[in-house]
Design a protein around this ligand. Sequence first.
Ligand code: NI
Length: 154
Amino acid sequence: MSPHASSTRRFGFSAGHRYRVEAWTPAENERVFGRLTVPHGHNYTLDVTVRGPIDPQTGMVIDLAELKRIVTETVVERFDHADLNADPLFRGRVPTTENVAIAVWELLAPKLGADRLAQVRVWEDPTLYVDVRGEPPGGEPSGDMAVDVRGEPQ
Ligand code: NI
């Protein structure tokens, strides 16, 4: 069995959003989300990790140029300088960092393979990130995702 490894490539995109639950009144949204109801933007950082066996010929888990092309075409070109609330991916889904990470996972899993896509990490700013991971290899293929939120005090 050839050795396995994880390879991560970093991307960036700038996007706008606001937090708002459509079914709620403005007062309810204001009470729960406060200033986050006001449209504003973030410079997001996206780390995409792919895992798998290291190809004995190429010495690679994945061609990182190919990974760059797929993520750029699928995610970066879609979200960069976009209003996330206007994207159909966020219809009925508040564009929190958690939901941005899940949307990125949903966009990339069909392209990279859910078994090869190990983790999507979305940084909203340098102090806060969210990880979404699929099932570990050998786990039940339930399609469940694990979401971790990490933040540091500003
Ligand atoms: Ni925000």
